[in-house]
Each structure stands twice: as C-alpha cells, then as structure tokens.
Design a binder for this molecule. Structure first.
Ligand SMILES: *Cc1c(COP(=O)(O)O)cnc(C)c1O
Length: 379
C-alpha cells in the first residue's frame, strides 16, 4: 500500500485481550495450544497407524458425530488437503455427470470451475446472484449433485442448506461448510455431504478436509469408484472412506491439526454442543451488527438481515472513513486481519465472529474502530 498509515495510538483500555479477527484461519484458542504442548511427547512424532494417533482420529469422528447429531448410518470421512482438494476429489468421486452450483462469491465459484474443466463431466449449471446475496437451488432432472455453500466467507452471506423440491431422488446435496461447520446449525435431512476444513469455526490449522456423508453419498462414492472412471489414488473418496472407518487417513495427516480440531469439538460438546457453539457466534454477531446498525458511518454490507453471516461480518464505511486506513491502524495496534475481501472492491472491513473469539474482544474492537474514525474525521 502506498498510503502511509496515520500514527494513531489506541488507548490501552480499548484494546482486546486477543487481537485475532481473521476470517480464516481463525484464532486458535490458547487452551488448545497448551493442551497440544502437554501431550506432545507421546503424540507428535508417533505413528499414525498406532493407537495413540488412531484414538485421536476416533475422538474427532465421534465428536463431530455428536456435535452434528448425525444419523446412525452416516460416516465422518477425512483426508489431507483442505477444502480445495476436496473439490477435486468430489469432481472425480461424487459428481456422476452434471452438477449445479450456487455461485455467490470467491469460494462458491471455485468448485464450479473444477467441474467445468473436468473432461468426463457434462457442463455444470451455475446459478449466480449479486454479491451480498445468495441464489436458490432449482430442481433440474439433468443434475445429480447440487453444490451449496453454507456460508460464503468472502462476502459474509449465509444460507440454510436445503434439498430443492422436485430434485431427483438419488441426487446428492453437497454443502461447502468450511466457515460454518461448528458455528451454524444445519439439518441432516437436507444434506448428503457436509464438508469443511477445520481452520475456521473449528479453530484449528489448515490442511485437512472432513466430510460428513449420508448413506446416499457413500453409495455414490462406491458407485463411481466401481464405474471404471480413472480416479487419481490420492483423490479417491472411496479410499478415504475405507481408511476413515478404521480411524486412519490414506497418507500421513497433520497430527497437530487433528488434535486442535478435537480440542475445539470437545470444548463445544462439553458445554452444550451446537447450542453453545452457535450461541457464541450469535452473541458475537449481535455485538458487531448491533454496533454497525447504530453507527452513523458503518453499515452491514448484506442487506437482508436473515442472510447476514453469524461467522463473518462484512461492514461498509462512509467515504469519509477509509476502511484500508482503519485496518492498517488496527493492525499497527495489534488487531489483525480485518481487511475486506479485495475482489469485492468496497470500502469495507471483514471481521470474523467464530466461536473461538470472545464477544468482549469484539466490543473492544468496535470501540477501537470508533476511536480511529473519530481521529480520522476530526483531522
Ligand atoms: C476457507 C474456505 C475454503 C478454502 O478452504 P481451504 O482449506 O483453504 O481449501 C473453501 N470454502 C469456504 C466457504 C471457505 O471459507
């Protein structure tokens, strides 16, 4: 950035205890990092085929099962590579011929690009909507997989996953829940494959993908595995399923990532499960949207209150207050990663509301923003 950042010192009483407000990766709770250090000697650097690690993978799978209250016949499947890799794996192993994608921001557009480029699939149907809103899936008899996004992290729009009325009985509803999983409630009746990476609401590190799969999704994976389609071994969902049910991964996973995820999931489950986790994000959302609604210079970007994300708030500012300057001054004062999503090109901050973040820290952040705005407008 060419502009120089004004030298504004925010008073100590306005500073948060923890200054991490990134929309991904999320703040990792210090309690989880300490717990990892405590068990490191007998865990990190031990075999992922032995009980020490398999027990932790088991806790991850059973903890998610409890958190989402998954039906008996679902499986929690995992592998290496994060959500972006899962899109490639799903292109090979979950889409039979044609998918439909709701595209309303950076992340939701990406899976559509994968299926569009695949030479063995028919062209996907892509339904777009204006940034700051979301489209609705439409039943289409040619479509065998509907690709939805629970929370579009780039724009701060959330949508409840729903099975479109009239969709073919054996079509799959696949939901990218990377920033929503563990913070926003969902209904297993409406979904077949709920997939995510744990570096957002689950407050872990990146590099892992996790997919909660219904029997229909598991059947589709087995069907395509047996179909004769060439599937690169590292992208095989069938191989991932076979390893996951044994509490393993196909190749060596990031053990620290798995441990930190388990820590967060168990923290949720011990305190009331989704009500606790979603409740924390909702309390955070009340702080930030409440402040913006009351402000004379800040406005929530997402017009429909029901579509405003409870995990990532996008806040527009009047021209008199530059969001770039706000973010730069916040950063200089230890409040990190509030910059808006560049490609939207708005005078905007993007603030994470994940369950790991404390509402009191968001209150401090909003007061710090007010303090900076006063200085900018006063000068
Ligand atoms: C962060 C994010 C991704 C990308 O996740 P990676 O693990 O980095 O591949 C995909 N989709 C959504 C909705 C996200 O928020």
């Amino acid at each position: 950035m060419s502009q120089t950042t004004p030298d504004i010192q925010i008073p100590a009483e306005l500073l948060p205890a923890d200054g991490r407000f990134a929309s991904g990766p999320s703040k990792v709770r210090p309690e989880a990092v300490s717990a990892l250090a405590d068990i490191a000697d007998g865990y990190l650097g031990t075999s992922h085929r032995k009980s020490g690690v398999k027990d932790v993978v088991h806790r991850l799978r059973s903890g998610l099962d409890a958190l989402f209250d998954l039906p008996e016949d679902w499986e929690v499947v995992l592998g290496n590579g994060g959500t972006t890799l899962f899109w490639d794996a799903a292109t090979f192993g979950l889409v039979r011929n044609r998918s439909q994608h709701l595209s309303f921001g950076e992340f939701s557009s990406k899976f559509a690009k994968c299926t569009d480029a695949a030479p063995f699939l028919a062209d996907p149907v892509v339904i777009e909507s204006a940034m700051g809103s979301h489209p609705i899936p439409v039943a289409d008899e040619r479509v065998d997989l509907y690709a939805l996004t629970h929370n579009e992290t780039s724009t701060g729009v959330t949508m409840a996953p729903v099975r479109p009325a009239g969709a073919n009985d054996d079509s799959i509803i696949a939901v990218d829940a990377t920033s929503a999983a563990g913070a926003v409630r969902w209904d297993t009746d409406e979904v077949d494959c709920y997939y995510f990476a744990p570096q957002k609401a689950l407050a872990s590190d990146g590099g892992l993908w996790i997919a909660c799969c219904s029997p229909k999704a598991l059947d589709r994976i087995a069907e395509l595995d047996a179909s004769g389609r060439w599937i690169p071994p590292g992208l095989s969902l069938q191989t991932a399923v076979e390893n996951s049910v044994k509490d393993q991964t196909y190749n060596t996973p990031a053990l620290a990532t798995i441990f930190l995820t388990v820590h967060q999931v168990e923290w949720f489950n011990e305190n009331g499960g989704m009500d606790f986790a979603a409740g924390r994000s909702e309390a955070n959302a009340d702080v930030v949207y409440g402040w913006a609604d009351a402000s004379d210079y800040a406005t929530p970007f997402v017009a429909a209150a029901g579509e405003r994300s409870p995990v990532v708030a996008t806040i527009d500012f009047d021209d008199a207050v530059s969001a770039d300057t706000l973010a730069a001054v916040l950063r200089a004062n230890g409040m990190l990663d509030t910059e808006g999503y560049r490609k939207l090109g708005r005078n905007q901050l993007r603030i994470a509301l994940f369950p790991a973040i404390d509402a009191a820290d968001l209150t401090q952040l909003t007061q710090s923003i007010d303090y900076i705005a006063d200085q900018i407008r006063g000068s």
